[in-house]
Write a protein that binds this ligand. Structure first.
Ligand SMILES: *Cc1c(COP(=O)(O)O)cnc(C)c1O
Length: 412
């Protein structure tokens, strides 16, 4: 009998839900009208889009559904927010603040701006991958126009103090005045649908979301833009998305995203509780059974579905291949960097030396992850680590000398 594959890479993407797929199919087949047309089938498409906008707004506590703009991906939302706000406000300042552990959509958008006359501060993080709010406060300048910090890290799962930053900015902006306001964007792509997200509690001006991280389809995202924030248009066209992102709407994708967000929100509490219990149990079992293993990221302030571990003396890639051979799909970091042999920029920013940043394993649960899947992992992982270590010159050297500090070049 073919063994069921175990998918533990939900931070890279999630499987579309059957209910979401069904809604999507309806708008790809019978309901194909262009929402801008005026006959009745078109108005039903328009109504469906508005309903999806309402569902996304509800999932993030937005006050008005018109604060939601649909985009073609999470990366698009992030790029739009960062580049457009930076450009629109460059007359009064060219300084942007972000962190060293952001997703590449944020980091590369910031690097692009740096090539175009902007000055970007990449905040360091502590050993758990968290920025310090006082650090952030100390780097704000009169010419700062934008702060962009992620809500939950996609590699190590660490939750950032977004609400605290929002509160700080509220005070700072009250002093600076409307014309000199610092805008606040968060990449909440790993958070929405998984942990509580409320734009008013967080105090953000803009927030990015992606459908395929919450059991929706790939190729559709959304950007929350607080009422009153003047975000320039991304695409000039037929006036869709209130003139800010032209192009005939991806009706099927949008409706699917709305349904996915609604379902994820309704299941979130129970699912987060279930994942947290499985997560803590898995971490405990692995750290106990595999010597020289360590948890990356914060123990409690982390996504319920994320486990990120380092196994000293071995490379993450080898582990992924052997796990794959046992029917388990996992990741060594982000999907975008796996395939390259560069160590994770997140783990390096957290202070892990190169050798350890290479040996990490990210396991991310989804709604179909069952305890027996993790039991299987706990069973197959120790012999895999043992086998890889038996082939590692570093491990051999360590067995002989017992000197880990010298080998890894850092003090433990
Ligand atoms: C997946 C992800 C993105 C990119 O979203 P896409 O929809 O794949 O473009 C950005 N940021 C984070 C934190 C992510 O996890």
């Amino acid at each position: 009998m073919e063994q069921k594959r175990i998918y533990l890479d939900n931070a890279a993407t999630t499987q579309i839900r059957p209910e979401v797929l069904a809604t999507m199919m309806e708008y790809l087949s019978e309901n194909y009208a262009n929402p801008s047309s005026i006959y009745s089938s078109a108005s039903s498409a328009k109504i469906a889009i508005d309903e999806a906008r309402e569902q996304i707004a509800a999932a993030i506590g937005a006050t008005h559904r018109n604060e939601i703009y649909f985009t073609g991906s999470g990366s698009e939302s992030v790029n739009w927010a960062i580049k457009s706000i930076a450009e629109a406000n460059k007359g009064r300042g060219n300084h942007i603040i972000t962190s060293r552990v952001e997703h590449h959509a944020v980091l590369h958008a910031c690097e692009y701006l740096e090539k175009n006359g902007f000055d970007v501060t990449y905040l360091p993080v502590d050993k758990y991958g968290m920025v310090d709010v006082d650090d952030l406060k100390s780097v704000i300048r009169p010419e700062t126009t934008l702060i962009t910090i992620m809500m939950a890290n996609n590699e190590v799962g660490t939750l950032m103090p977004i609400a605290e930053i929002g509160t700080l900015l509220k005070q700072i902006n009250a002093e600076r005045g409307r014309e000199n306001k610092i805008f606040f964007h968060t990449d909440a792509i790993q958070a929405v649908g998984h942990i509580p997200v409320d734009v008013n509690v967080l105090g953000v001006d803009m927030l990015s979301i992606s459908a395929h991280k919450l059991y929706g389809p790939k190729g559709v995202g959304a950007l929350y833009v607080r009422r009153g924030v003047k975000l320039p248009a991304l695409i000039h066209g037929g006036g869709q998305e209130r003139g800010r992102r032209g192009g005939t709407e991806n009706v099927a994708g949008i409706v699917a995203m709305g349904t996915a967000a609604k379902l994820a929100s309704s299941e979130m509490r129970a699912e987060a509780r279930r994942h947290t219990a499985m997560r803590d149990d898995l971490i405990e079992k692995i750290l106990k059974t595999i010597p020289y293993s360590r948890l990356n990221g914060h123990q409690e302030k982390r996504l319920p579905s994320n486990v990120n571990l380092t196994f000293e003396f071995i490379e993450g890639e080898g582990m992924l291949l052997l796990l794959d051979a046992r029917g388990i799909a996992a990741s060594s970091g982000s999907a975008c960097t796996s395939g390259s042999l560069d160590p994770s920029h997140v783990l390096l920013a957290m202070g892990l030396p190169h050798e350890l940043a290479h040996g990490s394993l990210r396991l991310s649960f989804g709604k179909d992850t069952a305890q027996k899947d993790l039991d299987k992992l706990v069973e197959v992982l120790p012999p895999i680590v043992e086998r890889l270590r038996s082939m590692s010159p570093l491990w051999e050297e360590f067995q002989k000398t017992g000197n880990i500090d010298k080998l890894l070049g850092y003090a433990k």
